[in-house]
Design a protein. Structure first.
Length: 160
């Protein structure tokens, strides 16, 4: 991985960047099976300013894990979030132009390291059943499908 990248805690000031990256990543991963209205409705709900302000507060006050990844030019190229007390990975997205460069693996390693440090034995995540990119990534990283839940798969991996 490029030594010039910087990983830092998410702050509310990252809202616009994270929203923009999420939109780019979602359209890349989901546009084959979700219509534009559904994509935009979900993005506007899950990546709203209010949601991000709450997440930033949780990062500072409750130990919530939300990291952002910037390149050498300070351009946001990825982010990851989850609960390191329960082992649930909520989000892991990269700029589609940065796929295959090891950034997703690095972000996941950070999250798994936090889980291990907290004594959590298993990491769990959900992935849309039609999200081919996400499912392939999680499978390569050792996750297995443990449950089908509506349009999502529940996935799990032992923390080593």
């Amino acid at each position: 991985m490029d030594a010039q990248v910087v990983i830092s805690d998410f702050e509310a000031s990252h809202h616009a960047e994270v929203y923009s990256l999420a939109k780019k990543a979602w359209y890349h991963a989901y546009s084959d099976f979700l219509d534009e209205g559904t994509l935009n409705t979900r993005l506007n709900c899950w990546y709203s300013r209010e949601s991000h302000e709450g997440m930033a507060w949780n990062v500072k006050n409750r130990g919530y894990f939300f990291k952002v990844l910037h390149d050498a030019n300070r351009r946001l190229i990825g982010f990851i979030s989850g609960n390191t007390r329960t082992g649930v990975l909520d989000r892991l997205y990269l700029d589609p132009a940065e796929l295959g460069k090891g950034y997703g693996s690095r972000l996941l390693e950070l999250f798994l390291g936090e889980l291990k440090a907290n004594g959590i034995a298993e990491c769990r995540a959900c992935c849309d059943r039609k999200n081919r990119l996400g499912l392939e990534f999680y499978r390569r990283k050792g996750f297995r499908i443990i449950e089908e839940n509506g349009e999502d798969y529940a996935l799990a991996k032992a923390v080593e």
